[in-house]
Design a binder for this molecule. Structure first.
Ligand code: PHE
Length: 342
């Protein structure tokens, strides 16, 4: 049964539709700044919605229920529209603000100087790259060592005169002369051989210490790089070839290397290696040799099956030669005018 709607209800419902239409248009047009005002106009005390709500009282109960429902729906829809629009406007406003507040850090790169790695770090990195390119792995060891690793396992017993030549800096720990700052990187050889099954191909760069007074060619804290190869059928020829390869890689193909007989307790035979200078003279770079059978035995490696070579040299000295510096102390003076050049 169709019930005729009262004129009051008809009027009220069309006003609700008008309200929705008007609100939709205004929400679409509102700016971020106008949001607050629009909200109170649409939903505040004096809003059209409120006026319509008061008119509900003029309807009978059934009509009031229907009209009230429509009014609530309209209110909900418009509220949602407003919220969605507010979210969009806020996001846009935030984007504008962020853009304005953005700090362009790259802008300063052109005016202020950029830092770079220290000369010695650059040399160390290049050396690592060169040897990694030849199939070596990079190993490390502690800077504080025991007499076993720094001397004994390297075939330097406590009566050995070579101990004196290292000018070792001892640490007050344990018995006398038992714990020390490592005086070379050779203890890393022992640590690697103790824990790794051959074949072994490693380089071990790191800080080393001797109680030298700093002068143009010495630093009490300096950097060495150690090389160690243990494999089957390794000869002195492999050692010479490896040194030649790295010297050319580091200094350039015109630079030659040579080995000169020498003595180290942990290698036999032992040699010192030099590099050629443009004027034809030779410059001493480091020590090397075939790993002494006693050293292999100390690490439980059978010298009948495995042979190898080792070498070690100063990275700081290498940097001094490569850049023709006249005083090694420049490396640690931290004078940026000097450091900046490299
Ligand atoms: N450890 C030696 C030194 O510091 C250098 C060296 C390393 C010599 C390996 C031979 C083999 O003087």
């Amino acid at each position: 049964m169709l019930v005729a709607l009262s004129a009051v209800l008809n009027d009220l419902l069309s006003q609700v539709e008008e309200f929705v239409e008007d609100a939709t248009r205004r929400i679409g047009e509102v700016s971020y700044a106008g949001l607050g005002e629009l909200k109170s106009e649409l939903f505040g005390k004096r809003s059209a919605l409120n006026v319509l709500k008061k008119q509900l009282g003029e309807l009978d109960e059934t009509e009031r229920k229907a009209a009230g429902q429509r009014l609530n729906e309209a209110r909900g829809d418009v509220g949602e529209m407003l919220e969605t629009r507010a979210d969009q406007l806020e996001a846009a406003a935030r984007a504008v603000r962020y853009e304005a507040e953005r700090l362009d850090l790259t802008e300063y790169g052109e005016t202020a100087a950029l830092g770079h790695l220290h000369l010695v770090t650059q040399a160390r990195d290049r050396l690592e790259d060169l040897f990694v390119g030849m199939g070596y792995e990079v190993a490390e060891g502690p800077e504080v060592e025991t007499a076993w690793y720094n001397f004994e396992a390297l075939n330097i017993p406590d009566w050995h005169p070579a101990r004196g030549s290292f000018d070792t800096i001892f640490v007050e720990l344990g018995g006398p002369e038992e714990v020390m700052l490592r005086s070379h990187t050779s203890p890393v050889q022992i640590r690697v051989m103790e824990t790794t099954e051959p074949p072994i191909y490693i380089v071990a760069p790191g800080r080393t210490f001797r109680s030298d007074t700093a002068d143009a060619t010495h630093l009490p804290a300096f950097n060495q790089i150690e090389g160690l190869v243990i494999d089957r059928g390794i000869t002195m020829g492999d050692l010479a070839g490896t040194i030649d390869e790295f010297v050319r890689g580091f200094f350039g193909t015109e630079v030659k290397s040579r080995l000169r007989p020498s003595y180290f307790p942990f290698t036999e035979p032992s040699a010192e290696f030099d590099i050629s200078r443009p004027d034809g003279s030779w410059l001493e770079l480091g020590g090397c040799g075939m790993v002494h059978p006693n050293v292999l035995r100390n690490c439980d490696i059978d010298p009948e099956t495995w042979q190898g070579f080792a070498f070690g040299f100063g990275i700081d000295r290498l940097a001094v030669m490569r850049y023709a510096l006249d005083d090694i102390r420049e490396l640690v003076n931290n004078d940026v005018r000097f450091l900046r050049q490299f």
